[in-house]
Write a protein that binds this ligand. Structure first.
Ligand code: FO1
Length: 319
C-alpha cells in the first residue's frame, strides 16, 4: 500500500502517475478538506473532487478542476437572482463556478451528509460512482476550515474566497485551520499512514494543502515515527509553484520560497525531498536541512516523465 498526502491538482496528477507504475488499488490518498466550503447550502470538497475527477479521466484539463464538457446554465440562471439579492445576503453567489454536472456531486454529498453519513463513507460512494479504484480518504470527518488573514487589512477570508474570489493575488499574513485542534485524523487515514509500505507527500501547497493534514492531532507523530519511508515532492520548481500560490505564500508567511524552504518544513517528517534538476544547485542547502535531496524531473508533462518521477520517489521511500 502506498499512501499519498494530497491537496488538489498536483496530488491528483501524482496519483494518476502512480497508477502507471503500481496497481491503482494499492494507492490510498489522504486528502485535505480545509478547502471545503458551503455555498448554496451545498457541501463542496474541491480537493476530493479534483482528485476523483482526475482519476476518473473526467477532469477538465485546462482548468484542472471541475468536469470536462461542462455547461454552466445553473450558474447563468443564478445571475438573475444575484441582481435582486438584498445587501448582506449570501444567496446566489456567482464568484465560485459550479458546473451543471458538478452540481450533481454536491447534491449527492450534501444529501448523504444530512442523512448522517460520514464524509469518508460518502467519498467512497462517489469514488465507486466514478469507478475510481484508488482509495480516497478525507483527512477527517469533522469540519476543518482554512482561514486566510489578508496582509492589507488583517481581515479573514475563507480559503475559497482567497483562492477564487481574490484570485490568490493579495498578500497574506497568516493562515489558520479552524477546527483542527479538536478534529481527528480518521482511523482509516491514520491506518493508511501507519500501515503503508511508503508514504509520499504529494507536490501540493505545503502551507494550505499539506499543513491542514499535519495540523490534526497525531499526524506529524505518525509520520515522524516512520520518517525513513516518507518522501516529499517539492511543489516549487525553479523558485515557482507549478500551479497556485505556494511560492508567494511561502514568502509572505516568512519561509524561503525555494526548495530549501520546503525542505525546512518537511525535514521533521520526511527522509527525502524530490527536487527538479532546475533546483540542483540548491541540493546541498536542502541536505543541510537534514532531508536528503533526490533530483528527478518533477514537471509531470509526459507519462514517461511522470512514471520516472513515481519510480524514483518510491525507490527513495523504500531504501
Ligand atoms: N477554482 C477557480 O479558480 N475558480 C472557480 O470558479 C473554481 C470553482 C470550483 C468548483 C468546484 C471545485 O471542486 C473546485 C473549484 N475551483 C475553482 C478550484 C478550487 O478553488 C480548489 O480549491 C483549488 O483548486 C485549490 O485546491
Amino acid at each position: 500500500m502506498i499512501t499519498v498526502l494530497c491537496g488538489g491538482v498536483g496530488a491528483a496528477r501524482f496519483l494518476r502517475a502512480l497508477a502507471l507504475v503500481e496497481p491503482a488499488d494499492a494507492a490510498v490518498g489522504v486528502v485535505n478538506t480545509g478547502d471545503d466550503t458551503i455555498l448554496h447550502g451545498l457541501r463542496i470538497s474541491p480537493d476530493l473532487d479534483t482528485i476523483t475527477y482526475t482519476l476518473a479521466a473526467a477532469i477538465d484539463p485546462e482548468r484542472g478542476w471541475g468536469l470536462q464538457d461542462e455547461t454552466w446554465r445553473a450558474m447563468a440562471a443564478l445571475r438573475r437572482y444575484a441582481e435582486v439579492r438584498p445587501a448582506g445576503s449570501e444567496a446566489a453567489p456567482t464568484w465560485f463556478n459550479l458546473g451543471d454536472q458538478d452540481l450533481a456531486t454536491h447534491f449527492y454529498r450534501t444529501a448523504r451528509l444530512a442523512e448522517g453519513a460520514t464524509l469518508t463513507a460518502v467519498t467512497a460512494e462517489i469514488s465507486a460512482a466514478w469507478s475510481v479504484r484508488q482509495r480516497l480518504l478525507p483527512m477527517t470527518d469533522e469540519r476543518v476550515s482554512t482561514v486566510v488573514t489578508l496582509a492589507s487589512d488583517g481581515s479573514d477570508v475563507s480559503f475559497q474566497e482567497y483562492f477564487v474570489k481574490l484570485q490568490h493575488g493579495v498578500p497574506v499574513s497568516h493562515v489558520r485551520f479552524d477546527g483542527a485542534t479538536t478534529a481527528k485524523l480518521t482511523p482509516a487515514a491514520a491506518a493508511a499512514i501507519t500501515l503503508a509500505d511508503a508514504v509520499v507527500i504529494a507536490p501540493s501547497n505545503p502551507l494550505v494543502s499539506i499543513a491542514p493534514i499535519r495540523a490534526l492531532h497525531g499526524t506529524d507523530e505518525l509520520l515522524a515515527g516512520r520518517r525513513d519511508s516518507v518522501v516529499a515532492i517539492s511543489p516549487i520548481v525553479g523558485g515557482l509553484a507549478l500551479k497556485g500560490p505556494a511560492d508567494h505564500m511561502l514568502n509572505e508567511l516568512g519561509h524561503e520560497p525555494t526548495v530549501v524552504g520546503v525542505a525546512r518544513l518537511y525535514a521533521p517528517i520526511a527522509r527525502a525531498l524530490v527536487i527538479d534538476p532546475l533546483d540542483d544547485h540548491l541540493a546541498d542547502a536542502v541536505a543541510a536541512e537534514g532531508i536528503e535531496p533526490v533530483i528527478v524531473a518533477s514537471v509531470m508533462s509526459t507519462p514517461e516523465i511522470s512514471a520516472e518521477l513515481v519510480r524514483r520517489t518510491l525507490a527513495a521511500a523504500r531504501c
